[in-house]
Design a protein around this ligand. Structure first.
Ligand SMILES: Nc1ncnc2c1ncn2[C@@H]1O[C@H](COP(=O)(O)OP(=O)(O)OP(=O)(O)O)[C@@H](O)[C@H]1O
Length: 254
């Protein structure tokens, strides 16, 4: 089997005349954390939605653990998604459920774990993300944004996924909380051996959570390399993006 957990080849998707992905190629090695960077509107969310089966690409291939997922739908798609963990921007918690039931959602609903055992598991995963048992019975509305993110992360790891996706994990958080969430993400990927794929335009966050960075520009991955080479990437697009300069090959569409 290939060493890549996710292999994307020649992926295209357009919305009318807006050709968002125009032949994306990307490899996410198993057990590593890859972050896709790119400007606003470059197509990062569209790429993630194609991998999750929320959008169907016009053409191309997405293989996850060797299995082609383009064209999957219905039950096959749902089964496939149960192997993923996801942490979305707003943490997407269920407001009507207490924290522990949010974290134990997968064990309770999918694995049919008993409530006592599921609560124990939830407390363990909450501890993994630095949260005490005394928040277990609170409701999401009673938590700060940073705590919601941590609960979302605990819920994602509770599924013990092969692959975990992070969509702008630090958006909306203050820099210190953002740093803390990134460290937790990094720790979870390392401790549990997950494969991580994240999208962000926050370079500080990208550096903290990634082993490799890939840059999406003009419908293509224009560079993919080890995080420690970001400051000397030998690529003018990455250089401009990392330094935040207005001069360079990146055209800002207003
Ligand atoms: N469902 C859709 N229908 C039509 N156009 C869409 C759809 N989803 C995204 N787009 C378009 O695709 C382009 C890329 O959007 P996308 O949300 O992927 O950008 P992004 O890189 O995630 O940006 P940001 O960093 O600002 O979130 C945009 O021009 C957007 O308008």
């Amino acid at each position: 089997m290939s060493t890549a957990a996710i292999e994307i080849r020649d992926l295209h998707i357009s919305f009318g005349r807006n050709h968002v992905l125009q032949g994306v190629n990307l490899d996410v090695p198993r057990g590593s954390s890859v972050v896709v960077i790119g400007g606003s509107g470059s197509g990062k969310s569209v790429l993630l939605k194609c991998i999750l089966g929320i959008l169907q690409p016009d053409s191309g291939s997405i293989r996850v653990n060797g299995e082609e997922i383009v064209g999957l739908y219905g039950r096959a798609l749902e089964n496939f998604r149960t192997r993923f963990g996801m942490l979305f921007q707003g943490a997407a918690l269920f407001d009507s459920l207490p924290v522990w039931e949010n974290v134990a959602f997968y064990p309770l609903q999918v694995e049919r774990t008993g409530r006592r055992k599921a609560r124990e598991l939830a407390l363990r995963y909450l501890a993994d993300v630095g949260l005490d048992a005394d928040i277990a019975d609170l409701y999401p509305a009673e938590l700060s944004g940073g705590m919601r993110k941590r609960v979302g992360l605990a819920r994602a790891i509770a599924t013990q996924p092969d692959i975990i996706f992070f969509d702008e994990p630090t958006t909306g958080l203050d820099p210190i909380m953002g740093d803390m969430i990134d460290r937790l993400i990094r720790k979870c990927i390392t401790d549990y051996g997950f494969t991580g794929l994240s999208i962000t335009h926050d370079m500080a966050s990208a550096r903290r959570i990634s082993d490799e960075v890939a840059m999406l520009y003009d419908g293509h991955i224009v560079w993919q390399g080890a995080t420690e080479t970001l400051d000397d990437p030998g690529n003018p697009y990455v250089e401009q993006f990392v330094t935040g300069r207005t001069e360079g090959p990146i055209q800002i569409r207003l």
